[in-house]
Design a protein around this ligand. Structure first.
Ligand SMILES: C[S@@+](CC[C@H](N)C(=O)[O-])C[C@H]1O[C@@H](n2cnc3c(N)ncnc32)[C@H](O)[C@@H]1O
Length: 382
Protein backbone atom coordinates (compact mmCIF):
# COMPACT_ATOMS: atom_id res chain seq x y z
CA UNK A 1 0.00 0.00 0.00
CA UNK A 2 1.07 3.57 -0.58
CA UNK A 3 0.96 6.39 1.87
CA UNK A 4 -1.67 8.90 0.68
CA UNK A 5 -0.03 11.89 2.36
CA UNK A 6 -3.09 14.03 1.62
CA UNK A 7 -4.21 16.64 4.10
CA UNK A 8 -7.87 16.41 2.90
CA UNK A 9 -8.37 13.23 4.92
CA UNK A 10 -9.50 13.82 8.54
CA UNK A 11 -6.87 12.96 11.15
CA UNK A 12 -8.79 9.98 12.61
CA UNK A 13 -9.19 8.40 9.13
CA UNK A 14 -5.54 9.07 8.38
CA UNK A 15 -4.54 7.26 11.56
CA UNK A 16 -6.96 4.38 10.81
CA UNK A 17 -5.39 4.11 7.36
CA UNK A 18 -1.92 3.99 8.90
CA UNK A 19 -3.03 1.26 11.34
CA UNK A 20 -4.50 -0.79 8.48
CA UNK A 21 -1.34 -0.39 6.43
CA UNK A 22 0.85 -1.45 9.33
CA UNK A 23 -1.27 -4.49 10.21
CA UNK A 24 -0.54 -5.78 6.69
CA UNK A 25 3.13 -6.16 7.62
CA UNK A 26 4.57 -8.77 9.97
CA UNK A 27 6.21 -7.64 13.24
CA UNK A 28 9.81 -6.42 12.94
CA UNK A 29 11.05 -9.19 15.22
CA UNK A 30 10.31 -12.66 16.60
CA UNK A 31 10.39 -13.25 20.35
CA UNK A 32 11.18 -16.50 22.15
CA UNK A 33 10.46 -17.10 25.81
CA UNK A 34 13.38 -18.92 27.52
CA UNK A 35 12.62 -21.90 29.76
CA UNK A 36 14.92 -20.92 32.60
CA UNK A 37 13.92 -24.06 34.55
CA UNK A 38 15.78 -26.14 31.96
CA UNK A 39 19.20 -24.44 31.98
CA UNK A 40 21.10 -21.18 32.43
CA UNK A 41 19.58 -18.32 30.35
CA UNK A 42 22.90 -17.32 28.74
CA UNK A 43 23.65 -20.92 27.76
CA UNK A 44 20.19 -21.27 26.21
CA UNK A 45 20.67 -17.98 24.33
CA UNK A 46 24.03 -19.14 22.93
CA UNK A 47 22.57 -22.53 21.97
CA UNK A 48 19.62 -20.92 20.15
CA UNK A 49 21.96 -18.45 18.45
CA UNK A 50 24.07 -21.35 17.09
CA UNK A 51 20.97 -23.25 15.92
CA UNK A 52 19.52 -20.22 14.15
CA UNK A 53 22.87 -19.43 12.58
CA UNK A 54 22.95 -23.00 11.12
CA UNK A 55 19.42 -22.62 9.71
CA UNK A 56 20.31 -19.28 8.12
CA UNK A 57 23.61 -20.61 6.71
CA UNK A 58 21.77 -23.53 5.05
CA UNK A 59 19.68 -20.94 3.24
CA UNK A 60 22.59 -18.67 2.31
CA UNK A 61 21.44 -15.90 4.60
CA UNK A 62 23.50 -13.70 6.92
CA UNK A 63 22.90 -14.31 10.63
CA UNK A 64 20.01 -12.28 12.02
CA UNK A 65 20.55 -9.66 14.73
CA UNK A 66 19.56 -11.34 18.01
CA UNK A 67 19.79 -10.40 21.67
CA UNK A 68 18.22 -10.84 25.09
CA UNK A 69 15.50 -8.23 25.60
CA UNK A 70 17.03 -5.42 27.70
CA UNK A 71 14.10 -5.38 30.15
CA UNK A 72 12.82 -8.96 29.92
CA UNK A 73 15.75 -11.21 30.72
CA UNK A 74 13.85 -14.39 29.72
CA UNK A 75 13.06 -13.16 26.23
CA UNK A 76 15.20 -13.62 23.10
CA UNK A 77 14.59 -11.06 20.35
CA UNK A 78 15.39 -11.99 16.72
CA UNK A 79 15.13 -9.16 14.22
CA UNK A 80 13.46 -9.75 10.86
CA UNK A 81 14.65 -8.37 7.53
CA UNK A 82 12.52 -7.18 4.64
CA UNK A 83 10.56 -6.62 2.60
CA UNK A 84 12.87 -7.94 -0.14
CA UNK A 85 11.19 -6.92 -3.40
CA UNK A 86 14.36 -7.30 -5.51
CA UNK A 87 14.02 -11.11 -5.91
CA UNK A 88 13.44 -12.15 -9.48
CA UNK A 89 9.92 -13.61 -9.85
CA UNK A 90 9.47 -17.02 -11.48
CA UNK A 91 6.69 -17.56 -14.01
CA UNK A 92 5.87 -20.78 -12.10
CA UNK A 93 3.31 -19.53 -9.60
CA UNK A 94 2.17 -21.46 -6.55
CA UNK A 95 -0.93 -20.34 -4.64
CA UNK A 96 -1.19 -21.05 -0.92
CA UNK A 97 -4.10 -20.48 1.47
CA UNK A 98 -4.25 -17.31 3.57
CA UNK A 99 -3.19 -18.87 6.90
CA UNK A 100 -0.18 -20.43 5.19
CA UNK A 101 0.68 -17.13 3.45
CA UNK A 102 0.59 -15.24 6.76
CA UNK A 103 2.82 -17.89 8.40
CA UNK A 104 5.33 -17.51 5.53
CA UNK A 105 5.48 -13.76 6.20
CA UNK A 106 6.54 -14.69 9.76
CA UNK A 107 9.29 -17.06 8.62
CA UNK A 108 7.58 -20.41 8.01
CA UNK A 109 8.20 -22.80 5.11
CA UNK A 110 5.20 -24.15 3.22
CA UNK A 111 3.60 -27.36 4.36
CA UNK A 112 1.90 -29.43 1.67
CA UNK A 113 -1.54 -28.94 3.23
CA UNK A 114 -1.35 -25.17 2.57
CA UNK A 115 -0.72 -25.50 -1.21
CA UNK A 116 -3.87 -24.73 -3.23
CA UNK A 117 -2.68 -24.26 -6.81
CA UNK A 118 0.49 -25.24 -8.70
CA UNK A 119 1.45 -25.07 -12.40
CA UNK A 120 1.30 -28.13 -14.65
CA UNK A 121 4.55 -30.03 -14.83
CA UNK A 122 5.87 -28.66 -11.51
CA UNK A 123 8.72 -30.97 -10.42
CA UNK A 124 10.78 -31.42 -7.27
CA UNK A 125 13.56 -28.79 -7.20
CA UNK A 126 11.71 -26.19 -9.30
CA UNK A 127 12.12 -22.56 -8.33
CA UNK A 128 8.64 -21.07 -7.83
CA UNK A 129 7.12 -17.76 -6.78
CA UNK A 130 4.57 -18.10 -4.01
CA UNK A 131 1.39 -16.04 -3.65
CA UNK A 132 -1.21 -16.09 -0.89
CA UNK A 133 -4.89 -16.28 -1.85
CA UNK A 134 -6.43 -13.31 0.02
CA UNK A 135 -10.17 -14.08 -0.34
CA UNK A 136 -10.16 -17.88 -0.08
CA UNK A 137 -11.25 -18.21 -3.75
CA UNK A 138 -8.59 -20.64 -5.00
CA UNK A 139 -9.84 -24.22 -5.41
CA UNK A 140 -7.51 -27.04 -4.34
CA UNK A 141 -5.60 -28.38 -7.34
CA UNK A 142 -5.96 -25.29 -9.54
CA UNK A 143 -3.85 -25.54 -12.71
CA UNK A 144 -4.75 -22.32 -14.55
CA UNK A 145 -3.21 -19.01 -13.48
CA UNK A 146 -5.14 -17.74 -10.45
CA UNK A 147 -7.10 -14.58 -11.23
CA UNK A 148 -8.34 -13.80 -7.68
CA UNK A 149 -6.79 -11.34 -5.23
CA UNK A 150 -3.29 -12.53 -4.27
CA UNK A 151 -0.18 -11.22 -2.54
CA UNK A 152 3.42 -12.21 -3.19
CA UNK A 153 5.11 -13.79 -0.14
CA UNK A 154 8.44 -14.91 -1.64
CA UNK A 155 10.28 -17.47 -3.79
CA UNK A 156 11.01 -21.07 -2.86
CA UNK A 157 12.16 -24.46 -4.08
CA UNK A 158 9.67 -27.32 -4.35
CA UNK A 159 10.11 -30.54 -2.37
CA UNK A 160 7.16 -32.21 -4.03
CA UNK A 161 5.83 -32.43 -7.60
CA UNK A 162 2.38 -31.28 -8.73
CA UNK A 163 1.61 -34.90 -9.69
CA UNK A 164 2.34 -36.14 -6.15
CA UNK A 165 0.49 -33.24 -4.56
CA UNK A 166 -2.81 -33.43 -6.37
CA UNK A 167 -2.96 -36.68 -8.39
CA UNK A 168 -1.26 -39.40 -6.32
CA UNK A 169 -4.08 -39.81 -3.76
CA UNK A 170 -1.36 -40.06 -1.08
CA UNK A 171 -1.93 -38.51 2.33
CA UNK A 172 1.10 -36.19 2.20
CA UNK A 173 2.59 -34.20 5.06
CA UNK A 174 5.71 -32.12 5.75
CA UNK A 175 7.39 -29.27 3.91
CA UNK A 176 6.25 -28.89 0.28
CA UNK A 177 8.17 -25.70 -0.53
CA UNK A 178 11.34 -24.48 1.15
CA UNK A 179 11.25 -20.68 1.21
CA UNK A 180 14.70 -19.70 -0.07
CA UNK A 181 13.87 -16.05 -0.85
CA UNK A 182 11.01 -15.00 1.44
CA UNK A 183 9.59 -11.48 1.24
CA UNK A 184 10.48 -11.11 4.95
CA UNK A 185 13.40 -13.02 6.50
CA UNK A 186 12.44 -14.39 9.92
CA UNK A 187 13.35 -17.71 11.55
CA UNK A 188 11.12 -20.73 10.92
CA UNK A 189 10.30 -21.94 14.43
CA UNK A 190 7.94 -24.91 14.08
CA UNK A 191 8.85 -27.31 16.90
CA UNK A 192 12.14 -25.41 17.33
CA UNK A 193 13.92 -26.58 20.55
CA UNK A 194 10.51 -26.89 22.32
CA UNK A 195 12.05 -27.78 25.71
CA UNK A 196 14.28 -24.68 25.71
CA UNK A 197 12.23 -21.88 24.15
CA UNK A 198 8.62 -21.12 23.38
CA UNK A 199 7.62 -18.67 20.60
CA UNK A 200 5.46 -16.00 22.22
CA UNK A 201 4.53 -12.53 20.89
CA UNK A 202 5.87 -9.77 23.12
CA UNK A 203 2.46 -8.44 24.26
CA UNK A 204 1.41 -11.98 25.32
CA UNK A 205 4.32 -12.47 27.70
CA UNK A 206 2.66 -12.47 31.13
CA UNK A 207 0.96 -14.75 33.63
CA UNK A 208 -1.61 -17.22 32.42
CA UNK A 209 -4.89 -18.07 34.07
CA UNK A 210 -5.32 -21.79 33.65
CA UNK A 211 -8.89 -22.12 32.55
CA UNK A 212 -10.54 -21.89 29.19
CA UNK A 213 -13.93 -23.05 28.00
CA UNK A 214 -12.44 -24.93 25.02
CA UNK A 215 -11.11 -28.45 25.63
CA UNK A 216 -8.62 -28.12 22.75
CA UNK A 217 -7.11 -24.99 24.32
CA UNK A 218 -6.81 -26.67 27.71
CA UNK A 219 -5.08 -29.66 26.11
CA UNK A 220 -2.62 -27.25 24.50
CA UNK A 221 -1.90 -25.61 27.87
CA UNK A 222 -1.26 -29.09 29.34
CA UNK A 223 1.10 -29.97 26.48
CA UNK A 224 3.04 -26.72 26.89
CA UNK A 225 3.33 -27.27 30.65
CA UNK A 226 4.60 -30.83 30.05
CA UNK A 227 7.17 -29.58 27.54
CA UNK A 228 8.40 -27.00 30.02
CA UNK A 229 8.22 -29.35 33.03
CA UNK A 230 5.90 -26.89 34.77
CA UNK A 231 4.01 -28.63 37.53
CA UNK A 232 2.39 -25.65 39.28
CA UNK A 233 -0.29 -24.98 36.63
CA UNK A 234 -3.70 -26.66 36.90
CA UNK A 235 -5.53 -26.30 33.59
CA UNK A 236 -9.34 -26.77 33.64
CA UNK A 237 -12.08 -26.63 31.03
CA UNK A 238 -14.38 -23.98 32.48
CA UNK A 239 -16.83 -21.33 31.30
CA UNK A 240 -15.53 -18.27 33.17
CA UNK A 241 -19.04 -16.82 33.42
CA UNK A 242 -19.75 -19.75 35.77
CA UNK A 243 -16.45 -19.64 37.65
CA UNK A 244 -17.69 -18.05 40.91
CA UNK A 245 -19.79 -19.77 43.58
CA UNK A 246 -20.24 -18.68 47.21
CA UNK A 247 -20.50 -22.30 48.33
CA UNK A 248 -17.38 -23.54 46.49
CA UNK A 249 -13.95 -24.16 47.99
CA UNK A 250 -10.40 -23.89 46.66
CA UNK A 251 -9.45 -27.55 46.93
CA UNK A 252 -10.10 -28.65 43.32
CA UNK A 253 -11.28 -27.16 40.03
CA UNK A 254 -13.72 -24.31 39.37
CA UNK A 255 -16.04 -22.80 40.49
CA UNK A 256 -14.21 -20.86 43.21
CA UNK A 257 -15.43 -18.70 46.08
CA UNK A 258 -15.35 -14.90 45.60
CA UNK A 259 -12.22 -12.98 46.62
CA UNK A 260 -9.74 -15.87 46.52
CA UNK A 261 -7.21 -15.01 43.77
CA UNK A 262 -4.14 -12.79 44.40
CA UNK A 263 -3.58 -12.13 40.69
CA UNK A 264 -5.71 -12.65 37.62
CA UNK A 265 -4.83 -12.33 33.95
CA UNK A 266 -8.01 -11.95 31.90
CA UNK A 267 -6.91 -12.63 28.33
CA UNK A 268 -10.42 -13.15 27.05
CA UNK A 269 -12.09 -13.37 23.66
CA UNK A 270 -11.76 -10.25 21.48
CA UNK A 271 -12.08 -9.15 17.86
CA UNK A 272 -8.34 -9.91 17.35
CA UNK A 273 -7.85 -6.95 15.00
CA UNK A 274 -4.31 -6.43 16.30
CA UNK A 275 -3.07 -9.84 15.10
CA UNK A 276 -0.47 -9.35 12.39
CA UNK A 277 -0.08 -9.80 9.53
CA UNK A 278 -3.80 -9.74 8.53
CA UNK A 279 -5.07 -8.81 5.08
CA UNK A 280 -8.70 -9.50 5.70
CA UNK A 281 -11.16 -9.69 8.60
CA UNK A 282 -14.34 -11.75 8.39
CA UNK A 283 -15.97 -9.90 11.32
CA UNK A 284 -19.26 -8.17 10.65
CA UNK A 285 -20.32 -5.12 12.65
CA UNK A 286 -22.76 -7.15 14.82
CA UNK A 287 -20.12 -9.57 16.02
CA UNK A 288 -17.69 -6.65 16.50
CA UNK A 289 -20.27 -4.91 18.70
CA UNK A 290 -20.94 -8.07 20.72
CA UNK A 291 -17.41 -8.30 22.19
CA UNK A 292 -17.51 -5.44 24.73
CA UNK A 293 -20.71 -6.82 26.34
CA UNK A 294 -19.17 -10.29 26.69
CA UNK A 295 -15.88 -8.84 27.93
CA UNK A 296 -17.73 -6.85 30.65
CA UNK A 297 -19.42 -10.06 31.78
CA UNK A 298 -16.07 -11.87 32.09
CA UNK A 299 -14.45 -8.80 33.68
CA UNK A 300 -17.19 -8.73 36.37
CA UNK A 301 -16.45 -12.39 37.19
CA UNK A 302 -12.71 -11.67 37.38
CA UNK A 303 -13.36 -8.78 39.82
CA UNK A 304 -15.54 -11.13 41.92
CA UNK A 305 -12.70 -13.65 42.11
CA UNK A 306 -10.01 -11.10 43.03
CA UNK A 307 -8.77 -10.76 46.64
CA UNK A 308 -8.87 -7.27 48.21
CA UNK A 309 -5.50 -5.75 47.26
CA UNK A 310 -5.14 -8.24 44.37
CA UNK A 311 -3.97 -7.46 40.84
CA UNK A 312 -6.10 -7.90 37.73
CA UNK A 313 -4.46 -7.61 34.31
CA UNK A 314 -6.86 -7.23 31.40
CA UNK A 315 -5.44 -7.81 27.93
CA UNK A 316 -6.67 -8.14 24.36
CA UNK A 317 -5.05 -8.57 20.96
CA UNK A 318 -7.26 -6.00 19.30
CA UNK A 319 -7.10 -2.28 18.55
CA UNK A 320 -10.68 -1.03 19.07
CA UNK A 321 -11.26 1.58 21.78
CA UNK A 322 -14.47 -0.21 22.86
CA UNK A 323 -12.60 -3.38 23.83
CA UNK A 324 -9.63 -1.56 25.36
CA UNK A 325 -9.60 1.99 26.79
CA UNK A 326 -13.42 2.27 26.91
CA UNK A 327 -13.65 -1.01 28.77
CA UNK A 328 -11.08 0.26 31.28
CA UNK A 329 -13.08 3.51 31.73
CA UNK A 330 -16.25 1.46 32.25
CA UNK A 331 -14.47 -0.74 34.84
CA UNK A 332 -13.22 2.29 36.80
CA UNK A 333 -16.75 3.76 36.85
CA UNK A 334 -18.38 0.44 37.77
CA UNK A 335 -16.04 -0.98 40.42
CA UNK A 336 -15.18 1.68 42.98
CA UNK A 337 -12.59 -0.56 44.59
CA UNK A 338 -10.50 -0.79 41.39
CA UNK A 339 -7.71 1.63 40.56
CA UNK A 340 -5.10 1.68 37.83
CA UNK A 341 -1.52 0.85 38.78
CA UNK A 342 1.69 1.59 36.85
CA UNK A 343 2.93 -1.49 35.00
CA UNK A 344 6.46 -2.84 35.15
CA UNK A 345 7.92 -3.29 32.67
CA UNK A 346 6.14 -0.72 30.51
CA UNK A 347 7.33 -1.66 27.04
CA UNK A 348 4.35 -0.59 24.92
CA UNK A 349 2.97 2.87 24.24
CA UNK A 350 0.35 4.63 26.42
CA UNK A 351 -3.44 4.27 26.18
CA UNK A 352 -5.54 6.46 23.88
CA UNK A 353 -7.66 9.30 25.18
CA UNK A 354 -11.42 8.60 25.67
CA UNK A 355 -14.32 8.48 28.13
CA UNK A 356 -12.72 10.76 30.75
CA UNK A 357 -9.49 8.78 31.23
CA UNK A 358 -6.87 11.21 32.49
CA UNK A 359 -3.30 11.64 31.20
CA UNK A 360 -2.13 9.79 34.31
CA UNK A 361 -4.60 6.93 33.62
CA UNK A 362 -3.37 6.63 30.02
CA UNK A 363 0.24 6.32 31.15
CA UNK A 364 -0.79 3.27 33.17
CA UNK A 365 -2.20 1.46 30.12
CA UNK A 366 -0.05 -0.26 27.50
CA UNK A 367 -1.06 0.00 23.86
CA UNK A 368 1.09 -1.84 21.33
CA UNK A 369 0.50 0.48 18.41
CA UNK A 370 0.88 -1.36 15.09
CA UNK A 371 2.06 1.96 13.58
CA UNK A 372 5.14 2.01 15.82
CA UNK A 373 7.59 -0.56 14.55
CA UNK A 374 8.00 -3.20 17.24
CA UNK A 375 11.73 -2.86 16.69
CA UNK A 376 11.54 0.84 17.64
CA UNK A 377 9.72 -0.19 20.82
CA UNK A 378 12.54 -2.56 21.73
CA UNK A 379 15.24 0.00 21.01
CA UNK A 380 13.42 2.62 23.11
CA UNK A 381 13.68 0.37 26.14
CA UNK A 382 17.45 -0.19 25.82
C1 LIG B 1 -7.34 -14.51 23.36
S1 LIG B 1 -7.70 -16.17 23.65
C2 LIG B 1 -6.68 -16.55 25.03
C3 LIG B 1 -5.32 -16.89 24.61
C4 LIG B 1 -4.47 -17.51 25.71
N1 LIG B 1 -4.15 -16.57 26.75
C5 LIG B 1 -3.20 -18.01 25.04
O1 LIG B 1 -2.14 -17.38 25.14
O2 LIG B 1 -3.29 -19.03 24.35
C6 LIG B 1 -9.29 -16.08 24.38
C7 LIG B 1 -9.75 -17.41 24.94
O3 LIG B 1 -10.94 -17.18 25.69
C8 LIG B 1 -11.65 -18.40 25.66
N2 LIG B 1 -13.03 -18.10 26.12
C9 LIG B 1 -14.01 -17.45 25.47
N3 LIG B 1 -15.10 -17.35 26.24
C10 LIG B 1 -14.79 -17.95 27.42
C11 LIG B 1 -15.49 -18.20 28.63
N4 LIG B 1 -16.75 -17.82 28.80
N5 LIG B 1 -14.87 -18.87 29.61
C12 LIG B 1 -13.57 -19.30 29.47
N6 LIG B 1 -12.86 -19.10 28.35
C13 LIG B 1 -13.46 -18.43 27.34
C14 LIG B 1 -11.53 -18.85 24.21
O4 LIG B 1 -11.74 -20.25 24.11
C15 LIG B 1 -10.10 -18.45 23.88
O5 LIG B 1 -9.22 -19.54 23.98
Amino acid sequence: MQETGTSDIPAYLQSLLTVLTETCTPPAYTTLRINSLESNKDEIFQHIQREISKIYKDRDRDDPVMYIHPKLSEVIVIESRGPNYHHERSDKEVIVDLACGMAVLRGADIFVQGIMGAPTGMQVGDKVSVYSDVDGQCKKGLIKPFTGKKIYVGNGVTKVSREELFCSGKDLSGVGILMTEPLYEAPSLMEFCPHLVFPQNLPSIGRVIAFDKTLKKVEKIKKNCDNWKITCVEPYVCDATKSVDEAADLSGGPPYPPGCFDRILLDGPCSALGQRPAYISKLNSNSLKSYPTYQRKLFTKAVDLLKPGGVLVYSTCTITLEENEKLVAWALRTFENLKLEPQTPHIGGCGRCCDGLTEEDLKKLQYFDPCVSSHEDTIKTM
